[in-house]
Design a binder for this molecule. Sequence first.
Ligand code: ADE
Length: 336
Amino acid sequence: IGTAVMTPTTNNSTSPSATMPATVPPTKRTPNDFIFGKVIGEGSFSTVYLTKDIHTQKEFAIKVCEKHYIIREKKTEYVKREKDILFYLSNTPFIVRLYYTFQDAERLYFVLSYAKNGELLPHINKVGSFDVECTKFYSGEILVALEYLHNMNVIHRDLKPENILLDENMHIMITDFGSAKMFKPPIDRNRARNGAGAGMNGCNDDDDDDEPRRRKNSFVGTAQYVSPELLTDKPVTPSSDLWAFGCIIYQMISGLPPFRSRSEYLMFQKITKLEYEFPSGFCDKARDLVEKLLVLDSEKRIGAKDSVRYTSIRSHPFYEDLDFDTLQQQTPPPIY
Ligand code: ADE
């Protein structure tokens, strides 16, 4: 790990001079620049704290990873990749922002935007299920985020309601890029994309494609949202995120994800056989959209052949009256 993993993002090395007002933050952050508050998230390799920048009083979420643990569990590449991808995904709506990274002897620190309203999952669970208006709005924001990610040649690979956060205004922020991966776009998908996806060298070093010694898919993601292609060793593409997107729409409307089982093995069997049902009363238009997303052949999913924008999904009857281009300016519908 060491310095190769964590380099400070602010490279202005001028030390604060005596003439500077006391409020000017130092250029190189350390843990001492933040007051650490409560734990707001726990992953397998990290703990996320609510913190306050002592210079600006601004709140941040800081993800802290124990170096010895990451080295022991051989997760160095994942941590490095998450950092590279988050920096590469520049400040954009609907994706968590990485402001700085730094390290001390024992730990790595990721300073991220703080999503005041936490994860989407408890919001769904609290009310049981979302009404159609809420589902349209929140899934609409997720779709716009996926358009951005996929145009930047990034696949998230672990999209789920726990990784969708809500900011103070109840707009979504996708987080946890620990399983994300850069992909090489096929030539015909390499269309006019306003310079997006132009680069980020060194992020394609991977476990499951492009290498001559093609390795089997390593399981990434969460069992309930994992796509059939990942389970059957077919190439993982942006369309794998569309599968998870279909599972999330189903969960918003019905309260539970479509594929459920006591054991992971049985759940994987259900996924690869497309064994799921719609509860009675499930909105017809939402059902049609979910059926077009939960398609075993990843190339046949709605949107899989779209370019730049998921036009075919945007124009699905479920989204009839949703203005995708102004979602960030809209007041989210209340959840009840
Ligand atoms: N939990 C995990 N990451 C978070 C973040 N950035 N904001 C709020 N809660 C979180």
